[in-house]
Design a protein around this ligand. Structure first.
Ligand SMILES: C[S@@+](CC[C@H](N)C(=O)[O-])C[C@H]1O[C@@H](n2cnc3c(N)ncnc32)[C@H](O)[C@@H]1O
Length: 480
């Protein structure tokens, strides 16, 4: 087996033979000491817009380029969808190893992952109540491998294991735990490495009778593994390069001047650290500003129907309002994100869906009827003391779902070191979520106090007026 360095060199040689153009100002480097695998680094100063490399479309590992797409009916790929189709093709190319055009590429792709899919139950437990745990989707993936992918491999065993007299047995063995694990690895590679490949020629957009183009095309973009483009790491706002889709090739270009010695970073998106860990298996503190804490929908409903704060909401009224809210995107999801508070923006903007949902649920019946008749939503702001108290109660109940408090976590950080890596990553994720809950709790306490103080002042004013009007009676009331 080639060494790490040899595998990198073989890969670059293969890619050049495939027709790629690679700038002499970059190199593929070993960043394992930083737990970052391989990464692309500038070896000389690079100017803004400068080409870093150009990959021909024919080198992309995708359904279209694999021989399998000529051997299996198109309807099979259509029914599998982009994700499972690419897993199928990757399995085919991977098990064909030496004979596959992409063999040197597979040699630089990882076989071990740190993504949450590969964490043990004990390791996941350190994430405590983070909503990310429910998003790993191992059972769903297992089911679609077993029910959708394996039957296709069995049906086309003679193509999949072409020339192998044990093709049928091999296809049957695809349901074994080892092969399921292999499918998870391909799925994880796609999640962390694949690009949604824009077509060579933009599709002619279907236009409806009012002249509006349909927006569905983006969702249907085929996924492809783009060699070298996927060797770029990412670190939040340190993004300095981007992939441009051209007719016969894909070009990675510098977005800013890159000094020699700097790493070249792609953009994986403004992901919270929980999601970064789930999809990419790493986190850095640069992603901390994008952290979120998710409030489950069930917790909102449970709180609103069991607390004394909102006695007016009957289950049937809640149902009616939910049905109305379901017409508005984002308001009847399985959960609602709270982002980090920004002192320069109103509190409600850090919890927009949760604010709108709870505000609508609390509206007096006549107010709700008026709003619904216009198809509108309430204004995005905390309505009154009752609304603020309800939000506060939801936040406190969410906080209580974590096994330890923020203070306990902060006073007991993981020791660090090799064996502690996942524990430490989980600790950072849950600390980030608890910081958000702490800050939003404090902000809501302030809002409740503000409403209470205003009500007290109004009450005092009223009693004051009554003093003038009612004499002794008013005074007694004010003292009480
Ligand atoms: C698209 S690949 C980038 C190439 C990858 N480093 C490799 O060696 O194959 C994405 C993976 O790179 C790693 N990665 C990306 N950015 C990173 C960073 N800033 N720090 C540590 N690891 C990173 C993660 O393992 C992630 O799943």
């Amino acid at each position: 087996m080639a060494s790490f360095e040899d595998a990198s060199q073989n890969f670059l040689t293969w890619l050049t033979k495939c027709g790629a153009e690679i700038s002499p100002k970059i190199s593929l480097q070993d960043l394992r000491e930083e737990h970052a695998g391989r990464g692309v680094v500038a070896t000389q100063d690079i100017a803004e817009d400068e080409l870093l490399f150009r990959i021909p479309r024919s080198a992309i590992l995708c359904v279209e380029n694999s021989i399998l797409s000529t051997e299996l009916p198109k309807t099979t790929f259509d029914s599998l969808g982009p994700w499972l189709s690419l897993i199928l093709v990757m399995l085919y190319e991977y098990q064909n190893h030496g004979a596959s055009n992409w063999s040197p590429y597979f040699d630089v792709l990882p076989t071990d992952f740190n993504t949450l899919m590969f964490w043990s139950e004990d390791e996941l437990a350190h994430l405590q109540a983070s909503a990310v745990v429910s998003k790993i989707g191992r059972a769903g993936a297992d089911a679609s491998f077993a029910n959708d992918l394996v039957p296709v491999i069995r049906e086309f065993a003679d193509v999949f294991f072409s020339g192998d007299m044990h093709a049928d047995e091999k296809a049957a063995a695809m349901s074994s735990p080892e092969n399921m694990q292999l499918m998870h690895k391909m799925g994880s590679l796609i999640m962390a490495y694949a690009f949604d490949v824009e077509p060579a020629v933009p599709p002619t957009r279907a236009v409806d009778e009012d002249g509006y183009a349909s927006e569905d095309e983006d969702e249907a973009l085929p996924k492809g593994m783009v060699p070298l483009a996927d060797m770029l790491n990412a670190d939040a706002d340190r993004n300095n390069a981007r992939l441009f889709y051209e007719e016969s090739s894909l070009s990675m270009k510098a977005l800013a001047p890159i000094p020699a010695g700097d790493q070249i970073f792609n953009d994986y998106g403004a992901l919270p650290r929980s999601d970064l860990l789930r999809r990419y298996g790493y986190i850095t503190d640069n992603y901390a500003p994008y952290d979120v804490v998710e409030i489950p929908h069930a917790l909102v409903l449970d709180t609103i129907t069991t607390t004394a704060i909102s006695p007016q909401l009957t289950p049937s009224a809640a149902e009616e309002r939910e049905a109305y809210l379901s017409e508005h995107p984002g308001l009847t999801e399985s959960g609602y994100d709270i982002t980090r508070l920004d002192p320069s923006t109103p509190l409600a903007e850090s919890l927009p869906e949760l604010t709108l949902l709870t505000k609508t649920l609390l509206l007096p019946a006549s107010e709700f009827a008026r709003l619904a008749s216009k198809g509108k939503l309430p204004r995005l702001e905390v309505a009154d003391a009752q609304h603020a108290k309800l939000l506060l109660e939801i936040v406190r109940r969410r906080k209580a779902q974590y096994a330890t408090t923020l203070e306990q976590d902060l006073s007991n950080p993981p020791a660090g070191g090799e064996g502690e890596r996942r524990r430490e990553q989980a600790w950072r994720v849950r600390v980030g979520e608890k910081e958000i809950l702490r800050d939003v709790e404090a902000a809501l306490e302030g809002v409740v106090k503000g409403f209470d103080d205003a009500a007290a002042a109004t009450g005092e004013k009223r009693s004051g007026e009554e003093v003038e009007n009612d004499g002794e009676e008013g005074k007694r009331r004010r003292v009480r």
